[in-house]
Ligand binder design. Structure first.
Ligand code: CA
Ligand code: CA
Length: 184
């Protein structure tokens, strides 16, 4: 019986320790970052519009939605990231690292703004996006609601071969704007 109570006591202590480790300091609302967050006053930065939070760590840069605190992206690097800073309009993020390099990251794909026609959300409109729409239209490829919204360049609420055709026309320069961009 003594042995059992000792075990229980150890369990209780372990529980206390792990709870303490998870608990947040007073006034903090979330614990962010994996890897080791760099020291220095430029390791954590908000984007100029306040929507993104960039965290420089030992294994890369984490981008968080500053509102929901959900992880938006992890920019993997092969060097310890010391510092991050956004440019004036938040379209670029510059990072300084332990290997002495400065990297510039395109923040376009993470801005939350919809680029119509960019179905695969890789930052640009290409024939690959038109192909995704076509494969969806013929029932070959399911697309999620965000992908369908970005692909609906005619703004009629659904995807059709016309959306794919317009995406190709934009890529080849036959049209300069999509119907959906004109009504925005
Ligand atoms: Ca694309
Ligand atoms: Ca459409």
């Amino acid at each position: 019986m003594k042995q059992l109570s000792t075990t229980l006591l150890i369990l209780a202590i372990l529980t206390t320790i792990s709870t303490t480790a998870i608990a947040l300091p007073e006034g903090a609302i979330a614990r962010l970052g994996k890897g080791e967050i760099s020291s220095g006053d430029r390791a954590v930065q908000f984007s100029p519009d306040g929507k993104l939070l960039a965290v420089a760590t030992s294994i890369g840069i984490y981008l968080y939605d500053a509102q929901t605190l959900n992880e938006v992206a992890f920019l993997e690097t092969f060097a310890w990231m010391y510092s991050v800073t956004f440019n004036h309009d938040g379209t670029l993020l510059a990072s300084g690292s332990s290997d002495g390099t400065v990297l510039l990251w395109d923040m376009g794909p993470y801005s939350g703004e919809i680029i119509y026609g960019n179905v695969n959300n890789d930052g640009e409109v290409t024939p690959a996006d038109a192909m995704l729409v076509m494969r969806h239209v013929v029932g070959e490829l399911p697309l999620d609601s965000d992908q369908r919204e970005r692909g609906d360049v005619t703004n009629d609420g659904f995807l059709s071969s016309l959306d794919a055709a317009l995406i190709l026309q934009k890529v080849t320069g036959l049209i300069s704007v999509f119907p959906v961009d004109e009504v925005q």
